[in-house]
Ligand binder design. Structure first.
Ligand code: ADP
Length: 448
């Protein structure tokens, strides 16, 4: 096992990784921007290095600065968290070259799965069902038109290099496609420096179901079941996740697990990863993309399986074999996570920054809070708007909902706009309570 690792991230995920390290006797190095001098991850780590000004591309995204900080402090490995450099294959490759272990998959696997068009192709070859669509990127408008006609409207245009909902547009007709194609390309070029797009069938009222994967560097791959992430904003940002999915039939769950493991094997995947699928109304599932990193919603799986995913990541990266076999994975009870962000639902989820005048956390049996904020903390305007993840774990879904409602009612989070009141409305919604949630739930059932 490593003696010392560097965490190339901030916020709640940096805190989460530091906590796992502390419990395992691993020394930690935090890196931070000038805007984060007194951030929680800096306080909790054994050492901290300032790597630049507030803007992420001059600090948290600076490969040279992060790698130098690791070299100077003698860190043997880097945990990238999520976001920032976590899915940057050049970063993983540079770490490899300077003999610092990247806690994640190989650069080749990151690159293959990071491009959605090539990931689709690879998964299709591996026999994993993919959403019907073009085999690769479309060259021009004509090819897009022909493909859309064959697939049947509505279709969704997606950037090959896409992520975070950028470069994604739905088209309901040929005219629509013409307009949206140009917009999607421009958006993709601006966000990723790559205007390549492909076309997929746009599924009506699907559910977003993802499978958590763990794979060691010795060829052992297992899955830890699903998370249902169908509660999303119009821009496809996840707001609430749960496991198990309230509607998944046992047979489908098993088939999804097998497909996810097969897909991960096909790319020689190791470490933690997530295979994302869409589940159609008629019960078919289709691979959508793979996230080659730990995810925001990983604690949902930790609560129902009792497996610490961060510790597993560290064990895998240090070369250990998985000690958990597929048949050992047990799922207990139901877990719901609310992502409380500094966003104003009344202003189209515009990000808010400012000082938290009061933060009282919820507690009690079955409640977990992953956060980095405290009273009198000023949320910097430069980064992700996630403030806290509140999780409720109980024997049944109905009990988990009641527990979450109780927890949210105890929480005081004042000083800036947050999604807390909005999450309370979701939990009180009768369709949500019945588990009737597809990815358009907020638009259809809550008018947002
Ligand atoms: P990103 O990586 O930008 O987040 P994804 O490919 O993961 O994009 O898709 C995000 C969300 O967009 C999905 O959870 C789903 O709600 C919606 N979506 C994506 N593809 C389709 C599709 N073919 N049909 C219907 N909805 C889709």
């Amino acid at each position: 096992m490593f003696n010392k690792i560097l965490i190339a991230n901030r916020g709640e995920i940096a805190v989460r990784v530091i906590r796992a390290c502390r419990e395992m006797g691993i020394q930690t190095v935090a890196v931070h921007s000038q805007a984060d001098n007194d951030a929680m991850h800096v306080k909790l780590a054994d050492q901290a290095v300032c790597i630049g000004p507030p803007k992420a591309n001059e600090s948290y995204l600076s490969i040279a600065n992060v790698v130098s900080a690791a070299a100077i402090t003698g860190a043997e490995a880097i945990h990238p968290g999520y976001g920032f450099l976590s899915e940057n294959s050049s970063f993983a490759e540079i770490c490899e070259r300077v003999k610092i272990k990247f806690i994640g998959p190989t650069p080749a696997a990151i690159e293959m799965m990071g491009n959605k068009a090539s990931a689709r192709q690879k998964m299709r070859e591996a026999g994993v069902p993919i959403v019907p669509g073009t085999p690769g990127p479309v060259r021009d408008e004509r090819e897009a038109m022909d493909a859309a006609r064959k697939i049947g409207y509505p279709v969704i245009i997606k950037a090959s290099a896409g992520g975070g909902g950028k470069g994604m547009r739905v088209a309901h007709s040929e005219d629509d496609l013409q307009n949206q194609l140009a917009t999607a390309r421009a958006e993709a070029e601006a966000a990723f420096g790559n205007s390549e797009v492909y076309i997929e069938k746009y599924l009506i009222e699907p559910r977003h179901i993802e499978m958590q994967i763990l794979a060691d560097e010795h060829g052992n791959v297992i899955h830890l079941g699903e998370r249902d992430c169908s509660v999303q904003t119009a821009r496809h940002q996840k707001m609430l996740e749960e496991s198990p999915s309230p509607i998944l039939a046992n047979g489908t769950r098993e088939a999804l697990g097998k497909a996810a493991v097969k897909g991960a094997r096909a790319v020689g995947y190791h470490n933690a990863g997530t295979m994302e699928f869409l589940l159609s109304k008629d019960g078919h599932f289709y691979f959508m993309e793979m996230n080659t990193r730990i995810q925001v919603e990983h604690p949902v799986t930790e609560m129902v399986t009792g497996i610490d995913l961060i510790k597993e990541q560290l064990r895998i990266a240090s070369g250990e074999k998985l000690t958990i076999r597929q048949k050992d994975v047990q799922h207990n009870g139901h877990c719901i996570e609310c992502r409380i962000t500094a966003e104003d639902p009344q202003r189209n989820f515009a990000p808010a920054s400012g000082t938290i005048s009061r933060f009282d956390q919820p507690g009690g049996p079955g409640i977990r809070v992953d956060t980095y904020i405290r009273s009198d903390y000023t949320v910097p305007p430069f980064y992700d708007s996630l403030l806290a993840k509140i999780l409720a774990h109980a024997p049944t879904r109905a009990e988990a909902i009641a527990k979450m409602q109780r927890a949210l009612s105890e929480t005081r989070l004042e000083g800036l706009a947050t999604t807390l009141p909005f999450h309370q409305r979701i939990l009180a919604n009768e369709y949500f309570q019945r588990g009737e949630v597809s990815t358009d739930f907020l638009a259809r059932r809550m008018n947002v």
